[in-house]
Design a protein around this ligand. Structure first.
Ligand SMILES: NC(=O)c1ccc[n+]([C@@H]2O[C@H](COP(=O)([O-])OP(=O)(O)OC[C@H]3O[C@@H](n4cnc5c(N)ncnc54)[C@H](O)[C@@H]3O)[C@@H](O)[C@H]2O)c1
Length: 350
């Protein structure tokens, strides 16, 4: 049986995807690529490359969109994997955005009690955020990501050329997670984003590579201190909680649910960051100037900044109360304490 690595190999460079056949051969004797309906032709190309390298390779496609992140689709995929003959000597490749990464990663973690997978992220969100940190999962009718596992891929191939076909709206949505990394951990990176916004939005390759590398560094630093999100349950630890990465997400997840997942994740997080800043300013932990600098950057990246009108206080509280990070009647909000720093603060929902 192939051993599942704990620390994924991370390759970030132009044409990184060319490494896929070699890595697949290293990982198993058979391969199945899982992708979504928008990426089928790219997935076909990659499967052909894998076959040329001498390995049997099948392709499974799910409909694009958050609705595919469900237990029903997990079961369908597992049945389909059995039909391809994939055994424990096989390897899965997740080609797609955060939906495919979360879904295929979850399938890899439960299929035959776990087989290796390789992540090939194709959106900014997936490259900057969801492919890193080992979280997989699917949604339930009652909320997002309520079923999942910690199951890192054996390798992550980040190839900015895969972003060439990404629609502008999705590209900008991904930038919300990148801005988040600057706010919670790295003021210099935040300033880099302020200075280079135009070139990033024009998708200049050198800047995209620099941005992805720095963003990955921030995420991996925070995840490394609390890989399984066990803090703040450990009171005397000097490590920071991975929950800091939830800045913008407590309100963001509620907004996504409220919109029945028609609002892209990154846009929900953008609005979530601005709304959570209001809480931080009200608590006296963030200055108004810092909050304005953050909302200006979010706006300059072409992201939405206003709560939709249906997001009433009562509805939002009800949705937030279902968040899996609730502790008793409190929810922990990750709030910025400046540009480049953040902390966790309990908020009473009662
Ligand atoms: N596991 C984690 O730590 C983590 C972190 C952040 C977000 N997420 C999850 O990620 C998901 C959001 O990710 P997303 O925004 O990438 O969504 P997504 O996977 O739905 O992709 C967005 C859209 O872009 C299309 N697309 C993807 N790559 C493309 C390309 N290169 N060219 C053209 N079209 C392309 C997809 O088909 C889809 O329609 C959510 O489910 C969220 O919960 C997980």
């Amino acid at each position: 049986m192939t051993k599942i690595q704990q620390q994924p190999q991370l390759i970030i460079r132009t044409k990184a995807v060319g490494e896929l056949p070699r890595l697949v051969r290293k990982a198993g004797h058979q391969c199945v690529v899982i992708t979504d309906s928008h990426l089928r032709s790219k997935a076909n190309e990659l499967s052909l490359e894998i076959k040329k390298a001498g390995l049997p390779c099948s392709l499974l496609t799910v409909p694009a969109g958050e609705k595919s992140k469900s237990l029903v689709v997990v079961e369908e995929l597992c049945e389909a994997l059995v039909k391809t003959g994939l055994g424990r000597d096989g390897v899965l490749v997740a080609l797609g955005g955060g939906v495919i990464g979360d879904l295929a990663g979850f399938v890899a973690s439960v299929y035959m009690r776990g087989i290796p997978f390789i992540s090939v992220p194709t959106t900014v969100i997936a490259m900057a955020d969801s492919s890193l940190g080992g979280k997989t999962g699917v949604d339930l009718a009652s909320g997002k990501n309520l079923v999942g596992t910690f199951y890192p891929p054996m390798a992550i191939l980040m190839d900015p050329t895969l972003l060439e076909t990404l629609p502008d709206r999705e590209f900008k949505a991904g930038c919300a997670e990148i801005i988040k990394h600057g706010v919670i951990h790295d003021e210099r990176f935040f300033t880099f984003l302020e200075k280079n916004r135009e070139s990033i939005l024009a998708r200049k390759p050198a800047l995209i590579l620099k941005m992805l590398k720095q963003s990955a560094k921030v995420k991996l630093t925070i995840v490394g201190e609390d890989p399984r999100e066990a803090l703040p349950a450990r009171p005397n630890s000097t490590n920071r909680s991975r929950m800091l990465l939830n800045y913008g997400h407590t309100i963001g997840h509620a907004l996504e649910k409220l919109s029945e997942y028609t609002l892209p994740h990154g846009e929900a997080v953008a609005i979530g960051m601005i709304e959570e800043n209001r809480i931080a300013v009200k608590k006296g932990i963030l200055t108004k100037d810092a909050a304005t600098r953050i909302s200006t950057l979010i706006e300059n990246f072409g992201l939405p900044t206003k709560l939709p009108k249906e997001a009433t206080m009562a509805r939002m509280k009800k949705l937030i109360a279902r968040d899996k990070k609730k502790v008793g009647s409190s929810i922990y909000f990750a709030l910025p304490t400046g540009i480049g720093s953040a902390d966790l603060f309990p908020y009473d929902l009662a």
